[in-house]
Design a protein around this ligand. Sequence first.
Ligand SMILES: Nc1ncnc2c1ncn2[C@@H]1O[C@H](COP(=O)(O)OP(=O)(O)OP(=O)(O)O)[C@@H](O)[C@H]1O
Length: 270
Amino acid sequence: MIEFRSVTKTYPDGTRAVATFDLVIPPRETTVFVGSSGCGKTTLLRMINRMIDPTSGSILIDGEDTASLEPVRLRRRIGYVMQNSGLLPHRKVIDNVATVPVLNGVPKAEARARALELLDTVGLDRSLASKYPRQLSGGQQQRVGVARGLAADPNILLMDEPFGAVDPIVRTELQDETIRLQRELGKTVVFVTHDIDEAFRLGHQIVILQRGGHIAQKGSPKEILANPANDFVAEFVGADRGKRALHLESIDGHEVVVSADGTPAGVLQR
Ligand SMILES: Nc1ncnc2c1ncn2[C@@H]1O[C@H](COP(=O)(O)OP(=O)(O)OP(=O)(O)O)[C@@H](O)[C@H]1O
């Protein structure tokens, strides 16, 4: 469990990116921070692994205040996946994936063997292991980024707009993979996006943010759609425009979200 307690962040130039933020992120589920540009999503995410330190308040992981933990060690036990994969261009795919375990002291051969398994996990052919990132498609690079995020077998995976730069079809595939991985591996995923469709697809808990990290509403996709807290949320989720005249259909035990014209929009995650 990750807990934000009265967390604020003011940057040195005086920008108040996050004002008093409180949230509980349950374990082994996906929580999505969604909101428009500049509302504080990335700042919130990076405070979890101390890439950014809060100005005040505290963040607890399984009851332990992260302020008391050594930032580099904390970062190595939390997976982090970013938009442009963040792969090291001059290192082969396998070494990109093995980097953090090697830094953590895992013998190189063992880390590389595990990296190959992780390529399987994220649906990449092992033949890509000896290639350099630039020889891969954008979607493949993002998969490598996810494999790297999982390499130290972290309980927590932070994902910052990881699929923002790939085309819509690949994006959907990557979302499906993320749902599968989260379910199979039981990770606590914290995902940042400005795309409400992506948020609803992936999130068990959705946190809709406004400027200053202000929580406009939090809840399951169903709760938010059924009962938007205010006009801002209603507009943000498109509930007021009929765009999301969605309903649920139960198919083979899964709750499928279906739009007014009968197009399936996704499966509700719990
Ligand atoms: N290093 C910094 N110094 C000063 N202000 C910053 C810094 N980083 C972010 N900010 C400001 O803090 C606010 C929140 O930024 P943040 O990057 O967390 O938002 P975001 O919701 O992730 O935006 P985006 O979707 O565009 O990435 C913005 O006003 C931003 O300009």
